[in-house]
Design a protein around this ligand. Sequence first.
Ligand code: COA
Length: 399
Amino acid sequence: MAEAARRLKNPDTQRLDSTEAAQCYSPGLEGIPAARSKISYLDGQKGLLAYRGIRIEALAQRSTFIETVYLLIFGDLPDRPALEKFNADLVAHRQIKFRITDLMKCLPEGGHPMDALQAAVAALGMFYPAKNVKDREIQYSSVVRLVAKLPTIVAAYARMRRGDNPIPPQDDLDHAANFLYMLTGKAPDPLVAKVLDVCLILHAEHTMNASTFSGLVTASTLADAYTVASSAIGTLMGPLHGGANEEVLLMLREIGAPGNARAYLESQLATGAKIMGLGHREYKVKDPRAVILQSLAKELFARYGKSPLYEVAEAVEREALTRLAPKGVYPNVDFYSGIVYQKMGIEPDFFTPVFAIARVAGWLAHWVEQIQDNHIFRPTEIYEGVHDREYRPIEQRSS
Ligand SMILES: CC(C)(COP(=O)(O)OP(=O)(O)OC[C@H]1O[C@@H](n2cnc3c(N)ncnc32)[C@H](O)[C@@H]1OP(=O)(O)O)[C@@H](O)C(=O)NCCC(=O)NCCS
């Protein structure tokens, strides 16, 4: 499509005329490449996802979130000294300034935590001016601060919203364990911390998704990393993207029992509504991350007992198979993640902030890649309005 657009361009004006532009138009930019990237690869027919060439299954089994962040940002797995330095830098930057907590204290406790996260991340940029985005040191410190501080912001808001004081980070706990500690005040069961760490790996990056694209557009203006991350957080929030994990849990609660799944699906599909947690622009088979999340859910159930909603989810998946599989609609990453988070004691409206804690790695990897060879995003549009309209003074307009 991009090649077609290039061929159609008028050599004098370097622009497409309106008929030619219309031929290139693809709603939602479906199938149109927005970047050349070396960060992740997805094959939606085979259900394959790899970060920097390494399959997600191998990372989930053998890596840690912090090592995966390093891999995404710097392109390769770190050796031990590099990992230790990166980890030490992250631990040193976990704290947030009291003014950031004060800012969040002023926000309504009934508001959505994603809005609080977006506001806090945008405000971070005021404390750490980082305008020279091409400077490697600035890039490194922005990455470290954002990856380190997002969990602290999310945990602080979760506690303040229910009237508790934020808990400062604990240096000897790893990234996921420290987040759970800051939420609850207790060092978590290592199994729970490990499962959350794997969830963070699974959510860290996913090619040119909506929030990454949104961050990339912002990055292309040479805005700083905090602005890039806050743009991306806003985009992640919607129910068609990261917000779906919260919606899935609400849907499963509404269905209530496995026996109600068929009737629920039929009534929803009859109205043309989408079933949350199913379908994906790229995957036409079951999302490989959903498969791993299901096995993580089972690990938690073996220790803590089964979640009744899991059986409801399995029933929805079974019923959807006959109705939606012919369209290539299967469970995506958000279908089982909420059940896992709920078992860990995370509240539903914090599911998407947990997604953001992970996906910030991917956003920043794309930010670094974009500004190495930047070209501002400025697509065109197909004008369908009227031309040459007269301005009528207000006295001559009828209501
Ligand atoms: C993710 C999503 C936005 C992808 O959308 P898309 O690539 O534009 O795909 P479309 O909406 O064109 O769907 C293609 C077909 O599958 C159907 N479909 C896709 N997802 C569906 C869902 N969740 N429930 C029911 N039908 C669905 C569409 O109705 C459409 O059918 P049609 O061809 O008969 O009109 C879409 O699948 C969706 O809204 N899913 C639910 C929200 C969600 O879980 N989001 C998280 C994604 S990780």
